[in-house]
Design a protein around this ligand. Structure first.
Ligand code: DGI
Ligand code: FE
Ligand code: FE
Ligand code: FE
Length: 190
C-alpha cells in the first residue's frame, strides 16, 4: 500500500484532475467488483489505478512503451491509435516504474479499452469498472451499474454494446478487434 500511495502521487502529477479522479473511481469500483465476485481486491485496485497511466502521453511515447512490452505483436491499427494503445503502453509503465509483474494485472491494464477474446475475471472487472466508476455520466450508465451487481459477463457484453453504439452514433471507425472480442464474449456465455 506504500506502492499504491507512490502511484497515486505520481498519477496526480502526470494526469489532469479530471483523469486522476477517474482513475481513483475505477480503482474503487474495481475493488468493489472484486469483493462481489470473489477476485483479489488488491490486484483489482492496482490495475484500476494504472489502467490509464499512459493516457496523456504523446502517441510516439505510447508506441515506444507498447513496443517494449509487446514487440511487433500488436495490431497496426492499435499501434497507430492513441485511444486504443494507451492500455498497452501502461503495461510498460506498470512494469518499469512500479515493478508490477503479475500477468493478470498486466493483462487487465492492456485490455481495458477493447477487451480481449477470453478475459479473466480480473480483466472483466477492470473493463467494467472503467464504465461504471462513480464519475461516469453517459446514457445507460445506470443500467450498467445495476447490471454489474447481478452478472459480470452480461455487463461486459453491455459495455461492448455501449462503446459500439457510441461509435456508430458519432460516425467513428470501429476497431474490428472490438467486434471480434464482443463475439467471443457472446459465445462464451452460451
Ligand atoms: O480511457 P478511457 O476514456 O477511460 O476509456 P477507454 O480506454 O475504454 O476508451 C478510450 C477511447 O477509446 C474512448 O473514447 C472510446 C475509444 N474506443 C473504444 N473502443 C474503440 C474505440 N475507438 C475506436 N475507434 N474503435 C473502438 O473499437
Ligand atoms: Fe482507458
Ligand atoms: Fe472502457
Ligand atoms: Fe479509463
Amino acid at each position: 500500500t506504500e506502492l499504491k500511495e507512490k502511484i497515486k502521487g505520481d498519477l496526480q502529477q502526470s494526469l489532469t484532475g479530471h483523469r486522476y479522479t477517474h482513475v481513483l473511481g475505477v480503482a474503487a469500483a474495481a475493488r468493489q467488483l472484486a469483493v462481489r465476485y470473489g477476485s483479489d481486491a488488491d490486484k483489482a485496485e492496482m490495475a484500476g489505478l494504472l489502467h490509464d497511466a499512459a493516457k496523456q502521453k504523446r502517441l510516439e511515447e505510447m508506441q515506444a512503451l507498447a513496443l517494449r512490452a509487446f514487440g511487433d505483436s500488436l495490431d497496426p491499427v492499435i499501434m497507430q491509435t492513441g485511444s486504443l494503445l494507451h492500455g498497452y503502453a501502461a503495461v510498460t509503465v506498470a512494469k518499469e516504474q512500479y515493478g508490477i509483474d503479475d500477468a493478470d494485472v498486466l493483462a487487465a491494464i492492456a485490455h481495458h479499452t477493447t477487451g480481449a477474446p477470453h478475459m479473466s475475471q480480473l480483466e472483466k472487472i477492470i473493463f467494467v469498472a472503467d464504465y461504471i466508476e462513480a464519475g461516469r455520466d453517459f446514457d445507460g450508465v445506470d443500467h450498467l451499474r445495476a447490471l454489474a451487481k447481478e452478472d459480470l459477463d452480461k455487463t461486459v457484453l453491455a459495455g461492448y454494446d455501449s462503446t459500439i453504439t457510441h461509435l456508430l452514433e458519432q460516425d467513428k471507425t470501429i476497431f474490428v478487434g472490438t467486434v471480434v472480442n464482443r463475439n467471443a464474449q457472446i459465445l462464451s456465455m452460451g
